[in-house]
Structures are given as structure tokens and as C-alpha cells.
Design a protein around this ligand. Structure first.
Ligand code: FAD
Length: 354
């Protein structure tokens, strides 16, 4: 039997399994999925886990069950592209084809103390630790959130609803929140924060973090806990691969999503250098193209001269339980409708993934 090995059971590889199992995978193939956790973590909801508004079991779904799917749960410690071998602790797994979908981790931009003295929501384990630390805070404590991208905004708003007794400071690098999107959207989010007493600090440049103190430009802020949501990069094991990297240390791939020098190796999701900002949606759209390429390769077909563009629908964000914002097909949607859309998308995702 041949082995298609999937590294990471995130959004990208979940879509790969959904498309290949049970009928599309050739009969001479098995799939081996390797992940450190025994279920698919819904990373897009980790802010709610950290804020304490969703429980552990709300932010995960089971991996598919199929006679041709083997699972290996453990820490991947090396990827040997020359010998086609993956190390998971003391065990080795060999592959015929490989899809690397190991996601990303925080990027600290060399800010002294940031790695040591901030909490994270990039993995389930880290989000749980963040939850624990926040849950233990006495009333009147201050939480600093560095980075007002989607995850920082969602964490700040969810935390506000979960803990009305805390002070929340959101450090935003830009002049206005989400500067790449229409002003109407930024104003809506800012107004929500003003109404709910979340202090947004624009034009921030955090230069140092010490226990209990965050240094921003010339100012220092007393914070009891600081959560870092100010940048991401592919996980270290991928950054150490002997391959070419594009912007943000993402792996350069050809139009078929393969490593140019190892065409049996594909890279999906946050690890891959793609023409859009990393997102779960992008990982899924890309995964569908990877399945198309793999199917053509397995059937001995010539690959299309040019692959179609990866098309995205837009994005959805929440502001607590009842409000939200979206940018869909070049249109801004705010309020209850946007929140319902986001909940609906999550519901459908869970439904389609068992
Ligand atoms: C708070 C938050 C909110 C977000 N909201 C949205 C949103 O609304 N919409 C959207 O489109 N995107 C959103 N994103 C981004 C989205 O979550 C990521 O882009 C997406 O998860 C990337 O998918 P992936 O398949 O590349 O990897 P991931 O989904 O990150 O999966 C990677 C997998 O690899 C495993 N892994 C990593 N390293 C190892 C190792 N060494 N050994 C074993 N296993 C390993 C992990 O356990 C994980 O299961 C959000 C992100 C965050 C943090």
C-alpha cells in the first residue's frame, strides 16, 4: 500500500480528508494523519476558549473515521525530505506523498520579553493556559491585548462580556482598527469598544514587555496579564526546512502547491506562501486545489497549464455574543446579522465535520 501522510489535522488537512475519503482515494492508498492532539481544534474559536465563554469541547471536532485512515498522535520532531521520513517522538513514518499543514505560531518581532511574559491563543494548550490565568485574576485587574487584528478584536470583545470587572486595553498598531477595510467597519468596531469600555490605544508600538509592565512607544502601562495577538509565522519545524521561503517565512510553493524540488510534497494553509493573508478559509480553498492536483497525478493526467485563482468570500468577525462585522463581496455588514452569519458558518462547519 502507498501512504499519503498529512502533517497536522488543521483546516487545510481536514478539507483534504473530507474530499478524499471515502471514495476519491485510490484503492492502493492509505492516509496517515499525524497531529499532537487527538482531534481537530477549531482555532478560529480559541479566543472564546481563552475568554471563558466556550468550553473545551465546543472548540473541537473529531477526526473522520475511515478504515483507510490511520492516526498517529504525537509531536512531529523532524521532516526528512530526502529520505521521505517523518519523526514522531521515537517512531518514524514514511510517505509516498506528503501534505504539510502544521499551521503557525506567534511572531514576536524581536520585542524583548514578549515571548517570556505574554500569553497566547495560537494553540489549544496555550489558549487553555490563557483562560486559566485570566480566570484567576481578581476584580479590577488589567488585561493588555497586543494586536488589534481579527483575533485581538474577538478576544477583547469576548473577554469584556465574560469579565465585566476587568480593565481591558487593546494595543492597535494602526491609526484606526482594521485599516485595510472600509472606515465604516473600523468605526463600528471602535464604537462597540467605546460603548463597552475597552480602551483602544492606536498607533501602538510595543517595544518591551516585563512582568506586569508593557512599554508602548514612550509610555509604560501596568498590566496584570498580557496576551499577544500581534503577528504569526509558520511553526518552527517548518521554518527550519531546507526550502525557499517567501514573505513572513512562509514556504514557497509552485502553482500546484508543491515544493518545487520535491513535487510529492505539498504545503497547505498558514505554512504556505500564498497571495492572500493566511486564514482558515484560504487553507480550505487551497486544500481543494491540492486534492484536484493529487487526483490528476494519481490518474496519470497532465496537470492544467494554469491553476485557477484561489477565491475567498471575505471575512466574518464577532463582537461578543450578539454583534459582529463582516466584509463579504466588497460589502460591509455589521450588527446582529453579521454575528448570526458567523454562528451559522461555525454551525455548518461542525455539522459537515461530524
Ligand atoms: C483567535 C483566532 C481567530 C481566527 N479567526 C479566523 C476566522 O474567523 N476566519 C478564518 O478564516 N481564519 C481565522 N483564523 C486563522 C485560522 O485559524 C488559521 O488560518 C487556520 O487555522 C490555518 O489552518 P491550517 O490548516 O494551516 O493549520 P491549523 O488549523 O493551525 O492546524 C495545524 C495543526 O498542526 C498541528 N501541529 C502543529 N505543529 C505540530 C507538531 N510539531 N506536531 C504535531 N502536530 C502539530 C496542530 O495541533 C494543529 O492541529 C483565526 C485564528 C485565530 C488564532
Amino acid at each position: 500500500m502507498k501512504n499519503l501522510v498529512l502533517l497536522g489535522g488543521g483546516y487545510g488537512n481536514m478539507r483534504v480528508m473530507q474530499k478524499l475519503l471515502p471514495n476519491t482515494l485510490p484503492s492502493e492508498y492509505n492516509i496517515t494523519l499525524i497531529d499532537r492532539i487527538p482531534f481537530h481544534g477549531l482555532k478560529t474559536e480559541f479566543y472564546a476558549l481563552a475568554a471563558g465563554t466556550e468550553s473545551d469541547k465546543d472548540v473541537r471536532v473529531d477526526f473522520p473515521k475511515d478504515a483507510r485512515l490511520n492516526t498517529v498522535f504525537g509531536e512531529i520532531t523532524s521532516i526528512d525530505l530526502e529520505n521521505q521520513l517523518i519523526s514522531v517522538g521515537d517512531s518514524k513514518v514514511d510517505y509516498d506523498e506528503l501534505i504539510i499543514g502544521l499551521g503557525c505560531e506567534d511572531k514576536y518581532h524581536n520585542v524583548p520579553g514578549a515571548k517570556e511574559h505574554t500569553f497566547s491563543i495560537q494553540t489549544m494548550t496555550q489558549a487553555r493556559k490563557t483562560y486559566q490565568a485570566i480566570a484567576d485574576l481578581p476584580s479590577g485587574s488589567t488585561v493588555g491585548i497586543v494586536g488589534a487584528g481579527l483575533s485581538g478584536i474577538e478576544l477583547a470583545s469576548e473577554l469584556r462580556e465574560s469579565r465585566k470587572d476587568l480593565n481591558i486595553k487593546l494595543f492597535d498598531r494602526g491609526e484606526r482598527i482594521l485599516p485595510a477595510f472600509p472606515e465604516k467597519l473600523s468605526n463600528y468596531v471602535k464604537k462597540w469598544f467605546d460603548k463597552h469600555q475597552v480602551e483602544v490605544i492606536p498607533n501602538s508600538n510595543v517595544v518591551k514587555v516585563e512582568p506586569g509592565v508593557l512599554y508602548n512607544n514612550e509610555d509604560s502601562h501596568q498590566v496584570d496579564i498580557c496576551v499577544w495577538t500581534a503577528g504569526i509565522q509558520p511553526v518552527e519545524i517548518v521554518r527550519n526546512l531546507p526550502v525557499e521561503f517567501g514573505e513572513g517565512n512562509r514556504v514557497k510553493i509552485n502553482q500546484y502547491h508543491q515544493l518545487p524540488q520535491y513535487p510529492n510534497v505539498y504545503v497547505v494553509g498558514d505554512c504556505a506562501s500564498l497571495p492572500h493573508a493566511p486564514s482558515a478559509q484560504l487553507a480550505e480553498v487551497q486544500a481543494e486545489q491540492i486534492v484536484e492536483v493529487l487526483t490528476n497525478v494519481w490518474q496519470g493526467k497532465v496537470l492544467p497549464e494554469k491553476m485557477p485563482e484561489l477565491k475567498l468570500q471575505g471575512f466574518l468577525g464577532s463582537l461578543g455574543e450578539k454583534e459582529g462585522f463582516a466584509y463579504l463581496m466588497d460589502r460591509t455588514v455589521t450588527g446582529r446579522l453579521a454575528r448570526l452569519l458567523k454562528s451559522g458558518v461555525l454551525w455548518l462547519y461542525k455539522f459537515h465535520n461530524g
